[in-house]
Write a protein that binds this ligand. Structure first.
Ligand code: M6R
Length: 619
């Protein structure tokens, strides 16, 4: 989603800003721009193409300076168009901001009261040239400007309702950038006689490793060789200095090599054995302390689990519900974060609130967590892939998955490593509650440690999956079926397919077919079936017969010992082995491959599917 980079230096910072944007590209965007303080005024370049095109445009226009800001925009208010791309300028009431400008601003997030502010600013004579909510912030700061940019920003911010991270500079103060955050992530990068700001430390990799994670409400004033962070004291209505720790962060550049792979998604699917092994690396035995100091006391106290997450992370939580209830015997509910935060629920202070997130920055999940806490549920834990993320900082306990940077928008290795983290959580809760014998612990650990090898064997099925994908590429609809533990896996398979191949796909628990979706089944409808050799297999076979009797085409991923054989209308790929309760971690892999190769066959932009962003930092 949107990305910000800003800098104040004595050297030309345009290459740093552009490189920073390139590192944020994987998050998804549909326009980009850069603005600098040059020749006593504001200059900018904006593009609805890729950052590389913006770079060429900036070079051609001779844009270079020591102070500037840059942005990748994922459209929310106003179409992806150059006039809506950031940075936005303001130049006082009635001024032609296209020709000149005093304030330059970039923004991540959404300003909810932008209509009201726009009307007010228009009445004061400000001319709007975009449909964005962002432009109101530029004009509002301009309205408050009387020679001190920090003062103008501090006066403007309390008028904003919603979420934001902003970076601003002013024509009249050449060596200064002011930035602020409320609800959207922002970091400060501290350099030698130069300072930087970015929405992610990754954008500053190679520039500085001295990072300050700004907190909600922080306003930072960046100048050459100094910075100052302030917060509004709501009692006095004044801003006061706050100290924030400077951390040494060896951020990954995000520019991972593709190696022999065509796309990051394919690479990430094949990295799963290593990602799982890394996630298990520090696990020598099961103990609540795997989740942080004080976990034992919290696990002892809780009597239920509430999982909050979105998208793929929601499906890993939905899988974990089966584990938590059957193995740890603890009542578990799983909620879509964006829904939970807005509905009346019955809070139980003895609930363990578990958020799941690859990025750790998903706005809906963070808001749901805060909503749960506001209702008195203070036992919080996150399963997250980014140790420095807001989610980890917000939660009392954490398990950091070690999937490594996931660049493809479609989540793959983050999902399987989340499942590993959630299974460890299940075992730790089971142990605390007296439901895990030493023999069970040893058996589960052995199975976990064998997982990388088991996943590797599933990856060897790729050629068979490619053969199926050529047929899927000609379809416009698909159904996915699973039962029990594997129903969330069917959901995840359908999400993967629709996300990157744009084929309409829906998933059902197989027993639900006859209650409606069977009406969709024709010879044109591929029905993908997840068929592990578990207690529900015979029930599933009956559901498959219901499809066959109506001429449907079944594509079945069946465990080796299920005795389901290929015949007319029934296509089978045999999974190497049945893996008991951990089977979902294996069965999702061929579904990822099916989505990937179908998308390749249809020629879509696999790593950056249309309309989607990697890190969803707006509501
Ligand atoms: O970073 P998060 O895990 O919180 O992201 C949640 C969803 O936005 C994410 O899983 C999304 O559904 C993926 N694109 C799915 O592949």
């Amino acid at each position: 989603m949107c990305g910000i980079v800003g800098a104040v230096s004595q050297r030309n910072i345009v290459p740093i800003l552009i490189e920073g944007l390139k590192r944020l590209e994987y998050r998804g965007y549909d326009s980009c721009g850069v603005a600098v303080h040059q020749d006593g005024g504001l200059r900018r370049a904006r593009s609805t193409s890729r950052v590389a095109e913006l770079q060429a445009q900036a070079e051609q226009d001779g844009i270079q300076a020591g102070t500037g800001i840059a942005h990748t925009r994922w459209a929310t208010h106003g179409a992806p168009a150059v006039h809506n791309a950031h940075p936005h300028f303001s130049a006082g009431p009635g001024a032609d901001v296209a020709a000149t400008g005093r304030i330059a601003l970039v923004h991540n997030g959404i300003i909810e009261n932008h209509d009201e502010l726009r009307a007010e600013l228009k009445a004061r004579g400000y001319v709007f040239v975009s449909q964005t909510d962002t432009e109101v912030i530029a004009h509002l700061i301009d309205q408050h400007y009387s020679g001190d940019l920090l003062d103008a920003v501090q006066q403007a911010l309390p008028r904003l309702k919603g979420a934001y991270a902003v970076a601003v500079f002013c024509r009249d103060e050449p060596h200064r950038v002011v930035a602020a955050r409320e609800g959207s992530p922002l970091v400060l990068g501290v350099g030698q006689e130069e300072n930087f700001v970015a929405s992610d430390a990754m954008a500053l990799a190679g520039v500085t490793d001295q990072i300050v994670y700004l907190e909600e409400g922080d306003v930072v004033d960046l100048q050459l060789g100094r910075y100052w962070i302030s917060q509004l004291d709501t009692r006095t209505g004044r801003y006061g200095t706050v100290q924030r720790e400077v951390k040494t962060v060896h951020a990954h550049s995000g520019a991972a090599e593709l190696g022999p792979y065509r796309h990051y998604m394919q690479k990430e699917i094949f990295e799963q054995p290593v990602a799982i092994a890394n996630t298990l690396d520090a696990v020598t035995g099961i103990s609540p302390e795997l989740f942080g100091d004080g976990a034992w006391r919290i696990f002892k106290e809780v009597d239920s689990v509430l999982i909050l997450a979105c998208g793929t992370s929601y499906y890993s939580g939905s899988t974990a519900k089966y584990w938590l209830e059957s193995i740890a015997k603890i009542p578990t509910s799983v909620e879509i974060a964006s829904e939970y935060r807005y509905r009346d629920s019955v809070p139980n202070p003895r609930t363990l609130v578990v958020t799941i997130s690859q990025s750790g920055e998903t706005a809906d999940t963070i808001a749901a967590l805060k909503h749960a806490r506001a209702q008195g549920m203070n036992h919080t834990l996150t399963i997250c892939n980014v140790a420095t993320s807001a989610m980890v900082r917000e939660c009392a306990l954490a398990y950091i998955t070690r999937a490594g940077a996931e660049i493809g928008v479609a989540s793959t290795k983050a999902f399987t490593t989340q499942l590993v983290g959630l299974f460890l959580l299940t075992l730790a809760l089971a142990q605390t509650r007296g439901h895990l014998s030493e023999a069970d612990e040893a058996r589960h650990l052995k199975d976990l440690r064998h997982l990388p090898v088991a996943v590797q064997a599933v990856l060897a099925l790729e050629p068979q999956v490619i053969a199926w994908s050529e047929e899927f590429a000609r379809k416009e609809n698909a159904l996915f079926l699973g039962r029990g533990l594997h129903y969330p896996i069917a959901l995840e398979g359908a999400l993967k397919l629709k996300e990157i191949s744009y084929i309409h796909a829906e998933a059902y628990p197989a027993g639900e077919l006859k209650h409606g979706p069977l009406a969709l089944v024709t010879a044109e409808m591929p029905v993908v079936t997840v068929a592990p050799n578990d207690a529900l297999l015979e029930k599933l076979k009956s559901n498959m017969q219901e499809v066959r009797a109506r001429g449907g085409q079944l594509y079945v991923f069946a465990d080796g010992d299920t005795a389901i054989e290929s015949e007319t209308g029934l296509h089978v790929i045999r999974m190497p082995e049945h893996y008991g309760v951990l089977s979902p971690i294996l069965h999702v892999v061929p579904l990822q491959l099916l989505a990937y190769h179908t998308a390749c066959a249809r020629g879509t932009d696999v790593d950056k599917p249309r309309n989607l962003a990697k890190s969803v930092t707006v509501e």
